[in-house]
Design a protein around this ligand. Structure first.
Ligand SMILES: Cc1cc2nc3c(=O)[nH]c(=O)nc-3n(C[C@H](O)[C@H](O)[C@H](O)COP(=O)(O)OP(=O)(O)OC[C@H]3O[C@@H](n4cnc5c(N)ncnc54)[C@H](O)[C@@H]3O)c2cc1C
Length: 284
């Protein structure tokens, strides 16, 4: 297993922000992961997949960080639209492989720069209006918890909008999942991918590093006001002036700025007595 010392974590996040890991572990299979977690439960505290939904404190040294990009890249076609997909498989790769087999449905995730494990943890999907999520296709999820392997049925995963039961555990690794997809021609699947990418080109702000949507619960009017007010730091972290509910790191951004910007929006919601909840995960 590869173990890196004093590794800069910003390299592993799409927001390009993060302190260092004194030790960063890259298990190459489930056995290595189990052995590591068995010896040291603390290793499960800071877990990173694709790093596309994370703000990591850049002033902090993390003792141990576990990177899950390599340990399970299994993709198994079990027939009749039934697939097993490992947690380390990139979403784009998973979608293409399912499509190759004549099935589909998850093309709306083609724009998401994460892994299957992170998507299962976040219940990644489209917005509330269109309401399509990875969990729509889940049969069951395999996890490692308290040093034991378990299989949770979809119902046991507690899926709701950008929510799963896994977000309430502090010692759980998603290993992979069983999925069922409907039949789909390659042309239909490609159209789904093209439509999603075209929509994202119009609606997302990719001018600087980001982590996608900031809040999974927020008030549209407040978020629109925030966008119009250009709240942020010159050359640092800022709310996108183009896309609502979207934060950018204009290269010189830091963790304190990001936290201040989150706090400002939370306070605005509190002032107007509106609900708001962060979607992005934060390593303080
Ligand atoms: C440009 C852009 C577009 C995006 N578009 C969307 C979108 O359309 N829809 C959407 O829902 N999201 C979107 N996102 C957000 C993000 O990509 C998703 O939440 C994605 O599912 C996160 O996956 P990840 O592998 O990168 O997870 P990470 O960012 O690495 O981790 C996220 C959380 O999951 C935990 N985690 C990761 N893997 C595991 C595992 N195997 N076991 C246990 N815990 C784990 C981490 O500890 C962390 O708490 C977007 C992000 C970007 C940058």
């Amino acid at each position: 297993m590869k173990v890196l010392e004093n590794e800069a974590l910003k390299k592993y996040t799409t927001f390009r922000m993060g302190g260092t890991a004194r030790k960063m572990y890259f298990p190459e299979n489930t056995e290595e992961l189990e052995e590591l977690a068995g010896k040291n439960r603390d290793i499960l505290k800071y877990v990173i997949g694709g790093g596309s939904n994370l703000i990591i404190n850049d002033e902090k040294e993390f003792d141990e960080v576990l990177c899950l990009r390599e340990f399970n890249k299994t993709f198994e076609n079990k027939g009749d639209g039934h697939f097993y997909i490992g947690a380390s498989v990139r979403l784009q790769k998973a979608i293409r492989s399912v499509n190759e087999a004549g099935y589909g449905g998850m093309e709306f995730l083609f724009s998401v720069p994460g892994l299957i494990g992170g998507a299962l943890y976040m219940n990644a999907g489209t917005g509330r209006k269109t309401g399509k999520y990875i969990s729509d296709f889940v049969i069951s999820v395999d996890i490692l918890k308290n040093g034991e392997k378990k299989t949770l049925t979809k119902e046991e995963c507690g899926y709701a909008f950008r929510t799963s039961v896994f977000q309430t555990y502090d010692d759980c690794i998603i290993l992979g999942a069983q999925f069922r997809f409907p039949e789909m021609t390659k042309e239909q699947a490609q159209k789904g991918i093209d439509d999603r990418l075209a929509l994202c080109k119009k609606t997302q702000d990719m001018s600087y590093p980001n982590f996608g949507t900031v809040f999974c619960v927020s008030n549209t009017k407040i978020m629109d006001l925030v966008r119009k007010m250009h709240i942020g730091y010159k050359n640092g972290c800022t709310y996108s002036p183009v896309r609502k509910n979207w934060m950018l790191n204009r290269e010189e951004g830091n963790f304190r700025q990001a936290m201040k910007l989150l706090d400002k929006v939370k306070r605005l919601h509190k002032f107007f007595r509106k609900e708001c909840k962060c979607e992005v995960r934060i390593w303080e």
